[in-house]
Design a protein around this ligand. Structure first.
Ligand code: SF4
Length: 534
């Protein structure tokens, strides 16, 4: 067991929205992470800082891969396996040894290049800790996006170099102003990272097209695939073809239905379940197999642990992990053995709807830009809301359902990420043929929303902040953090953020965000809509 003796508590972690008491998990993670696992993840981060310090311009593709994997591993609900994290720590040390052979086998004491003790960061002055945490959590989120682009064969030097720069920064003594500038730089670089992933997804699988996805589950064997990794879905579809096994998406995989090269597979049937935080209830007693490709894995209950599989950086003790060879045979065999349902199962979204429409990426929305601009000019559309971000388990997230329900009937709701499961089965009708709810995709498709906002601003010859557009975001984990930083770095103001403010934002940093960007905590749908619409 790894020791994490940071102060008098067995662990410290405050990186996600469900953190204990809204201040930090100090004995065990609310997410199910043990104190020893938290210690190992801190250790991994410290080793990544050592690798970044040591590379001195000598990083290779393998160095960047280790950094992407390592940062991704530390994201909430990704990796619960001590064995897997220890292996990742060893990989990082091996990479240090490759770059600096004189450090091989003595990384702990290698002059000037010892791992960063994360306790030094957690015990910093609260404003410095807040800014360094924003930077660390930002690059954790960015690394996940860069990783997905990497598996599709695309990388970006600006992104890779920034990850190294930011890791080094975590161990540096810098004034708050300089750290603030680096936090904003993180947001800017993440725009390039999201553009990279958008390019990787659309060049590989085509431009998403509006697609209606059923929530029904058909009879027969099936596999549910969840997470963000489209490559894993493609490989699974190839390996299940002709085997009598259907494939359903779950969570952040839903937008995959809209990509032409993926929707071409007739056994990609529909979407299973609602948002990630309901998995322990929704997976119980289901006669199908589940494959996790990225985060959003909750502690696995005994009642369904025999049918859950992981791949990529996701891991959980006792579960079968599909390695880089991507042979999904164990998943397929499990699905065949379970046999699926004997009759069609009527499942619904949380509001009772049976159809989820997705595929309104920027390529699609901008193809009807003239229609949209005209609808605004003629008063048919009064306002745009971007209501998106993560879903989560805490009470209070029905704010987003109620907010959407109460928006004026002449407004458009753009949405993305899993927060949409709060309302994506609602039928709010359309405006002149444009559906009132347009799902732009996964959280990284915030890039789409930004592109649409920029084009609208150009069409109306104004700034984004002058558009009749309000962003109402929900956050849970680190990818949402980096998207928020991107929006702020673009100068986008008056964003509503909920359901609670991050524990890692100190009063000084919050004050800066409120004064300079008008960042506003969500209150009630009624009060917020009144404030927005006047
Ligand atoms: Fe707590 Fe969230 Fe950290 Fe888990 S990831 S230990 S819930 S703060």
């Amino acid at each position: 067991m790894a020791e994490n003796t940071c102060g008098s508590n067995p662990m410290f972690c405050f990186q996600c929205e469900q953190t204990a008491r809204g201040t930090g998990c100090t004995t065990v993670g609310v997410c199910g992470k043990s104190s020893s696992q938290a210690g190992l993840l801190d250790q991994l981060t410290g080793e990544l800082v050592a690798l970044a310090r040591i590379e001195d311009g000598q990083a290779t593709e393998s160095t960047y891969k280790v950094i992407l994997e390592g940062l991704f591993t530390t994201i909430t609900n990704v990796n619960f396996s001590e064995e897997a994290v220890k292996a990742q720590i060893q990989k990082t040390r091996d990479e240090i040894g490759k770059i600096r052979p004189e450090c091989e086998g003595m990384v702990e004491s290698c002059p000037d290049h010892a791992p960063l003790d994360m306790c030094t960061l957690w015990n910093e002055n609260e404003d410095i800790r807040s800014l360094k945490s924003l930077l660390l959590l930002g690059i954790r989120g960015m690394a996940a996006y860069a990783y997905h682009a990497y598996v599709l064969g695309m990388t970006d030097d600006t992104v890779n170099r920034f990850l190294i720069k930011a890791l080094v920064t975590l161990g540096e003594t810098l004034p708050a102003e300089e750290l603030l500038a680096r936090v904003m730089e993180c947001g800017q670089v993440n725009l390039a990272c999201m553009a990279l992933l958008d390019k990787a997804n659309t060049t590989t699988y085509g431009t998403p097209v509006p697609t209606k996805v059923s929530t029904y589950i058909e009879p027969g064997p099936f596999i549910v695939i969840t997470g963000h990794d489209l490559k894993d879905l493609e490989l699974l579809l190839q390996q299940t073809e002709g085997k009598g096994v259907d494939v359903y998406t779950h969570g952040e995989m839903l937008p995959a239905h809209a990509y032409p090269k993926l929707k071409a597979y007739s056994h990609l049937k529909g979407n299973f379940g609602t948002a990630w935080q309901s998995q322990q209830r929704e997976f119980a007693s289901v006669p199908g197999a589940f494959l996790f490709t990225t985060n959003c894995l909750m502690p696995v209950k005994d009642s369904y642990s025999d049918r859950v599989f992981t791949t990529e950086v996701v891991a959980y003790p006792g579960l079968v992990h599909i390695d880089d060879n991507k042979d999904f045979t164990p998943v397929i065999e499990k699905a065949l053995a379970l046999g699926g349902y004997t009759t069609t199962q009527e499942k619904t979204g949380i509001n009772g709807g049976h159809i989820l429409t997705t595929g309104f990426g920027w390529g699609t929305v901008l193809s009807v830009a003239d229609k949209v601009v005209d609808a605004v000019k003629t008063g048919k559309i009064s306002h745009f809301f971007l209501v998106g971000g993560c879903d989560g388990a805490r009470p209070g997230r029905n704010y987003y359902t109620e907010f959407v329900k109460q928006t004026p009937t002449d407004s458009i709701i753009l949405t993305l990420a899993c927060g949409k499961y709060r309302f994506n089965d609602l039928d709010l009708g359309d405006i002149g043929g444009l559906p009132r709810i347009m799902d732009m995709g996964q959280c990284n498709d915030a890039y789409s929303a930004i592109q649409v906002a920029l084009v609208l601003a150009k069409a109306f010859e104004c700034g984004v902040n002058d558009l009749p557009l309000t962003l109402v975001l929900s956050w849970y984990e680190q990818k949402a953090v980096v998207i928020l930083l991107t929006l702020l770095s673009l100068g986008i103001k008056n964003i509503y953020l909920g359901p609670t403010l991050p524990a890692f934002v100190s009063p000084f940093v919050l004050n800066y965000l409120v004064e300079n960007f008008g960042l506003t905590p969500t209150s009630t749908p009624e009060a917020d809509l009144k404030k927005i619409l006047g």
